[in-house]
Design a protein around this ligand. Structure first.
Ligand code: HEM
Length: 279
């Protein structure tokens, strides 16, 4: 049994370790699986809690990819930006698929543990706000809930003042010779983004240029896919709310469905969509 002594058995994996298994050191699986603390004994609550956690992890991953895209665009490396855009798009597919795990929940099922959640609401997800801000949805009001959590609030305040991915795209178009007004490039990034006729006109031009190596058109289409999938998350959320709580008020204090519908209607990368009317 020579192999057994070294922890290797007949070509199978190593089964003897001096310390914690390396998988756990790397993935932190024990820590991850210790983070589920349901507040009721209702078995349905575990799905609600863990799917929220899975989505939180995806928010963080997609935010990471959006930052990689910004990094490449700032380096004028449009081809290099396509890889993180593709990754972000595929992660959005994963995020969106997670909604299926709540498809069993009727309003009666939800009601069995909803009261116990108190005022907790996904509305208070700081990572979601980071994601939204990178997508160009800037609002000082929506980061106010975090005021008492110093580090979280600081990071969100920094995110508010920083360029969104769309701001970086617009700056890139300017560097590539499109007529982008300087005040748009130098704008106050914390302010709500106002769609621009010049940016829209630039996209119309880019899409009409059908050279196969027109990297900006590829960028436009890759970003369109990404935003479309983000829209699916927002739409599925609205549908999940309508299905599981109708028009009741939200635990976060909003009117619920109507408030969410209004938010979901806010356009992301607006000129990428409005330009299509002009093509
Ligand atoms: C069927 C289950 C769900 C219901 C009924 C529901 C309900 C709501 C409601 C009513 C709001 C509006 C704010 C409020 O007053 O609470 C909201 C916001 C939000 N929820 Fe959910 N939610 C559900 C699942 C989830 C899950 C699994 C996540 C993932 C973390 C999530 C993330 C969010 C986010 C990020 C917002 C803020 C959206 C925005 O600002 O546009 N929700 N939710």
């Amino acid at each position: 049994m020579k192999g057994m002594a070294s922890g290797v058995r007949n070509g199978g994996p190593k089964v003897e370790f001096d310390q914690q298994v390396p998988y756990d050191q790397y993935v932190r699986a024990t820590t991850l699986h210790s983070l589920q603390r349901p507040v009721t004994s209702d078995p349905g609550e575990m799905s609600f809690l863990m799917i929220s956690q899975v989505m939180e992890l995806y928010f963080g991953l997609i935010r990471f990819e959006l930052q990689q895209i910004q990094d490449r665009l700032r380096a004028d490396d449009v081809w290099g930006a396509l890889a993180p855009i593709r990754r972000a798009s595929l992660h959005l597919d994963g995020l969106n698929a997670a909604w299926r795990g709540l498809g069993w929940m009727t309003p009666v099922d939800f009601q069995r543990f909803r009261e116990q959640l108190g005022e907790a609401s996904g509305f208070q997800s700081a990572m979601y706000r980071h994601l939204e801000m990178l997508l160009g949805l800037k609002s000082a009001t929506l980061i106010r809930p975090f005021k008492r959590q110093r580090d979280v609030y600081q990071a969100l305040t920094d995110g508010l003042a920083a360029p969104s991915l769309w701001d970086d795209v617009v700056a890139l178009l300017g560097r590539r010779g499109y007529a982008i007004p300087q005040e748009l490039v130098d704008r106050d990034f914390a302010a709500e983004y106002e769609p621009s006729a010049e940016v829209e006109a630039a996209w119309v031009k880019i899409y009409h240029d059908d050279r196969p190596d027109n990297e900006l058109r590829l960028l436009g289409e890759a970003l369109t896919d990404l935003v479309e999938k983000y829209g699916h998350w927002r739409d599925q959320h609205v549908t999940a709310v309508r299905r599981t709580m109708g028009a009741k008020a939200g635990s976060g204090g909003s009117s619920g469905l109507a408030w969410l519908q209004n938010r979901a209607a806010q356009p992301v990368f607006p000129e990428l969509w409005s330009a299509r009317t002009e093509m």
